[in-house]
Design a protein around this ligand. Structure first.
Ligand code: CTP
Ligand code: MG
Length: 388
């Protein structure tokens, strides 16, 4: 597989959005445009690292975003952009390692890019050196004069609109940028530079590309919010296991020092099981008993983190991804606070989610009930998922 990095340009001002500050930090349906575009780009599984290009004035806003929504695991470098999109893309390209063959340049303002669009652009660049996300034109397009009157009808068969990602051999697009700088040539996308200095550019045309809108005006924000919200689904999960001496106590994938552990067929990680049921429930996929039957030898003593990763795969194949989740563990003893951060990291890793999107908490029941009498430990979870 040819190595591919991405340069995500986020250094604009977002003036046409009418928002105060850079539009990419604003949420649509509860998650920022920038986090959504990074997720969308990463979802195809082909991108190895991301260079994020930010305006100098926005580094503090980016740090606040990371605290709020979690760091994206693929963002390796953040570099400063320039006054134009072209300068920002160039600064990003300089930060891509030299031994990487392909680079996908992408607008942070595209929060809805379907994974297939990214894959097709990469596939084209792998074969031909260039692959630019594009769509056929369905409207009739007119050229107008200075007064806005139509003076010519263009042949739409020969027209395409192009978006990002625009994927190229790194050396090719870098040399085009360098020649454009030397000549003072400015264009609105990277393909225009490659066309000028290296000839025809390959397009990856797809109907899916119609979903790949660039959030530009207030109406775009409203439209995308309307597209996302109906695709959200919620699920709930619960599990309890009996405490037994001589068993390891595993919760959230962490082995915890204690005189007893949870009894069960697998590692009996009640927190992971509750979370799996919440995710499966949200997707309408039944429960863990159906997917990983108790009697099945394959699951004897298995790590529930491996099963959780399998659940993430099942969700993905059913066309969903987890947005956020929240787990509550009910245990009288031991004190779980010292292990909570590690549990959160384990869940986030198994599900391929940002840490900020996962929450784990614990409570005792003041000695009431079976948890209070230390006969067992229970956990419940809630998860929000979105159609991809
Ligand atoms: N961009 C950039 N550096 C610039 C200008 C734009 O990195 N100097 C990025 C934007 O952050 C955006 C992408 O290029 O992700 C596409 O540009 P556009 O949609 O025009 O965004 P803005 O320039 O931020 O918005 P506006 O033109 O409305 O001010
Ligand atoms: Mg702009």
């Amino acid at each position: 597989m040819t190595r591919c990095w991405a340069v995500v340009v986020a250094a604009g001002r977002g003036e046409r959005s009418g928002l105060e500050g850079n539009k990419v930090f604003f949420p649509v349906a509860g998650r920022s445009v920038l986090s959504r575009s990074l997720d969308a780009l990463a979802a195809c599984g082909r991108i190895e690292g991301i260079v994020l290009v930010l305006a100098g004035r926005d580094f503090a806003a980016y740090e606040a975003l990371v605290r709020r929504e979690g760091a994206h695991p693929l963002v390796v470098r953040a570099v400063e952009g320039g006054d134009t999109r072209q300068q920002s893309a160039y600064n990003g390209l300089l930060a891509v390692p030299e031994d990487v063959k392909l680079v996908a340049i992408h607008d942070a303002a595209r929060a809805m890019t379907p994974p297939d669009v990214v894959l097709q652009a990469i596939g084209s660049a792998e074969r031909y050196g260039s692959g630019v996300a594009a769509t056929a034109v369905t409207d009739t397009v007119k050229r107008v004069d200075g007064a806005g009157r139509a003076v010519e009808t263009l042949n739409r068969e020969s027209l395409r609109t192009v978006q990002t990602p625009q994927v190229f051999w790194r050396s090719l697009v870098l040399s085009a940028h360098e020649r454009a700088r030397a000549e003072g040539f400015e264009a609105t996308d990277d393909a225009a530079l490659v066309e000028r200095y290296h000839g025809a550019v390959h397009l990856a045309v797809s109907d899916e590309g119609r979903k790949n809108v660039k959030l530009t005006t207030p109406a775009d924000f409203e439209e995308v919010e309307r597209l996302i919200l109906p695709n959200l689904r919620v699920g709930q999960g619960f599990d309890a296991h009996r405490l037994a001496p001589g068993r390891a106590l595993v919760l959230g994938g962490v082995t915890i020092e204690h005189e007893a552990g949870l009894d069960g067929h697998s590692d009996a990680d009640a927190a992971a099981h509750a979370l799996m049921d919440a995710l499966l429930g949200a997707a309408g996929l039944g429960d863990i008993g159906r997917h990983f039957p108790d009697g099945d030898e394959a699951y004897l003593g298995i790590s529930s983190m491996a099963l959780l990763a399998e659940v993430a795969g099942k969700l993905d194949r059913a066309g969903f991804r987890a947005v956020n989740c929240d787990v509550t563990i009910v245990a009288q003893r031991p004190k779980l606070a010292p292990y909570m951060d590690q549990m959160k990291r384990n869940f986030a890793r198994a599900l391929g989610m940002a840490e900020g999107a996962v929450n784990v908490k614990a409570t005792s029941t003041e000695r009431m009930g079976y948890e209070g009498r230390e006969e067992g430990i229970s956990a419940s979870a809630i998860a929000l998922i979105a159609a991809t």
